[in-house]
Design a protein around this ligand. Structure first.
Ligand SMILES: NC(=O)c1ccc[n+]([C@@H]2O[C@H](COP(=O)([O-])OP(=O)(O)OC[C@H]3O[C@@H](n4cnc5c(N)ncnc54)[C@H](O)[C@@H]3O)[C@@H](O)[C@H]2O)c1
Length: 396
């Protein structure tokens, strides 16, 4: 593990819990020891709660090596970097991993927003390099996005997928693309409600309540942005705007960050500390439905783009959004249930109502409509549906 910060520590803990030896390296000489102490404290808590016996906990902690020496690195099967999210910091770290690890080892990045292909460019052995995007908090999040760049060898992908499964996680394979699956689709949907809130002036907590109450997501987008840090969300938004366009732009994030309102860590973002549980002004039922529909339609349009670009399959996009963003239903599955004709009609209406260029029926959706694939109703849509509507046993 290169980088023993927030993510490096959590990934190392996961490995040790699964009985895998892990070595920690960091530019800060104290960081690996701190990480080991954190892992030790977590294991201690398991023992106190009777979930692990003390000897087992000791054995797991003994798997975490903080001072391996370079010779030991030649035996490593997989190196993961979790150093700061800057290409100029990651590049030399990856080059060192490529040089120090044995020829059979896989080299992976835990980047959440940089291009895996660009990071591969400087490596002597790009064929053994891929993205392994673990989510925070690692122990609770089942999803790992497994990102292939053009030159990743198929055998390396298979080995990485096996490892992710062995760790008890859900590997979702995708082609390198800005924001991968979860951040891209989630940010498209979030940007839609950020703009909606800015345009209408509705209380953010009311938007959250509409989406949570409607069973769309377990945490509303404004509460989620506060928890992640508005500076972090703004950074992702800016990257996606630069890479993919203005459909990701808008909302009050930039102004709030400039005013120092960074979310939970500063006690004030869209919510004020201590006021999270306060009842929100309820939206009229039609408005609550409108918010939920715009959130989901924006997610659908972005998910369709992923299919058109060949980034991932419909099944994997939906699985990633459920496991990585807590969507109750994958957006493509939701579209199939609504009826693709109805989805297309609503998109056109929003476009006519002045929603801008983002509300256009994408070519793939037009093609499905032309083929009579309207979703659950016709048995075919983005997914194949094996059973009659209403039985709840559709495939995909
Ligand atoms: N924190 C999250 O929620 C999250 C979620 C998914 C992915 N990620 C990604 O994981 C990566 C790490 O994020 P983090 O939150 O753990 O960061 P962090 O700041 O907590 O940890 C980074 C660690 O890297 C070390 N470091 C800096 N330069 C180094 C170098 N040249 N060589 C070795 N170590 C070096 C630092 O000392 C620090 O301990 C980033 O790419 C981030 O985008 C973060």
């Amino acid at each position: 593990m290169w980088g023993a910060g927030t993510m490096g520590t959590q990934i190392a803990e996961l490995m040790a819990l699964e009985g895998i030896r892990v070595v920690l390296r960091d530019a800060d000489a104290q960081a690996p020891e701190r990480a080991r102490a954190t892992i030790g404290a977590h294991l201690g808590r398991r023992v106190e709660r009777g979930r692990m016996d003390a000897r087992d906990a000791q054995a797991r902690l003994a798997l975490v090596d903080v001072d391996p020496g370079e010779a030991a690195l030649a035996e490593v099967d997989l190196g993961i970097e979790a150093v700061p999210e800057l290409i100029e910091v990651k590049r030399p770290v990856l080059a060192a991993m490529d040089r120090l690890l044995g020829p059979g080892a896989i080299v992976a990045t835990n980047t959440s927003s940089l291009s895996v292909g660009e990071l591969a460019a400087g490596l002597v052995h790009p064929e053994r390099f891929l993205g392994l995007h673990f989510f925070h908090p690692v122990a609770a999040m089942r999803l790992v996005e497994v990102i292939r760049h053009r030159g990743t060898a198929p055998a390396v992908m298979s080995a990485a997928i096996r490892l992710v499964r062995d760790l008890g996680k859900l590997p979702i394979v995708l082609q390198d693309s800005p924001g991968f699956i979860v951040n891209r689709v989630l940010m498209a949907a979030m940007a839609e409600v950020l703009r909606y809130q800015e345009e209408t002036g509705i209380d953010p907590s009311s938007v959250d309540a509409a989406l949570v109450g409607g069973g769309v997501v377990p945490v509303g987008p404004f509460a989620l942005a506060d928890a992640l840090g508005l500076d972090v969300v703004l950074h992702v938004q800016e990257r996606l705007v630069a890479a993919l366009g203005s459909r990701f732009a808008g909302g009050r994030l930039a102004a709030m960050v400039a005013a120092g309102r960074l979310g939970a860590k500063r006690g004030e973002g869209f919510y004020r500390r201590g006021e999270e549980g306060k009842p929100s002004p309820p939206l009229a039922e039609r408005e609550a439905q409108r918010v939920a529909e715009r959130f989901l339609l924006a997610a659908v349009l972005e998910a369709v783009k992923l299919l058109e670009e060949g980034v991932a399959s419909a099944r994997d996009v939906d699985r990633a959004m459920r496991a990585g963003a807590g969507f109750a239903q994958g957006p493509l599955r939701w579209a199939d249930e609504q009826g693709l004709d109805r989805v297309a009609q609503r998109v056109e209406e929003l476009g006519r109502q002045g929603g801008g260029a983002r509300w256009q029926v994408p070519p793939l959706l037009r093609q499905l409509l032309a083929e009579g694939r309207l979703g659950v109703r016709t048995g075919q849509g983005f997914h194949a549906h094996r059973s009659a509507p209403g039985t709840g046993r559709a495939g995909g």
